[in-house]
Write a protein that binds this ligand. Sequence first.
Ligand SMILES: N[C@@H](CCC(=O)N[C@@H](CS)C(=O)NCC(=O)O)C(=O)O
Length: 238
Amino acid sequence: MSLILHVFGPAFGLPDPSPFAMKGNMLMKLSGLDYQPHPGDVTKAPKKKFPVLVDSGEFIPDSTFIRLHLEKKHGIDFDKGLSARERGIAYAVEKMLEDNLYWAIMYERWVVDANFDRGPRSFFDAIPQPIRTIAVPLIRRQVKRNLWGHGMGRHSRADICRLGAMALQSLSDVLGDNRYLMGDAPCGADATAFAFAASALCPVFDSELLACAQGHANLVAYNERMMKQFYPELAGAG
Ligand SMILES: N[C@@H](CCC(=O)N[C@@H](CS)C(=O)NCC(=O)O)C(=O)O
């Protein structure tokens, strides 16, 4: 059996700049299966997005389908011990982060010039000049179009931050004093909760969203705990 997870690779003190790729990595870690993360070229991915799991030659794109695949093919129950209600809450939190907070994070990193210069701009350093000068604004424009298509990009920066802040508040409220999202043991949604907590708390990107995430002591502590447990090599790096 060979399991290879195609991702972007560590950046900005994070296991991956993409919260979805970090989620995929965490799902693999939580599964306990032997796997190799492989930084690759996203333009060659089947859906042009990472993460992609390659399981003995079979390609599985999309973090949620990766989870379903691991459950079905490898018999992993990520939510062992959770009631139906708890599983429902965990899934709802996961999708709130992926379909709402994600876009606020994207806006801060890709649309705000100072944050773009501190972060995503470096993704394109390998493109030779003068192509880079032309390509980077085009790629940024596409990200802005995606934000507009989702709807988040139609709001002011202040309103985007307000929406992001509400998602962080909800995450913090569900986590409460728990060690993991739903209690004493990690569940499937911890892969997402940790990925998004770490992404929102990444100090490279200066924003109200960062200040808001830092204002939730339980999220900060959760991020530090999870980093120490699953990525000891990165713990304390931020
Ligand atoms: N629904 C997908 C979302 C994955 C996703 O949006 N990945 C982004 C990075 S955060 C990506 O690969 N983007 C590359 C691109 O759009 O060119 C999942 O859950 O895996």
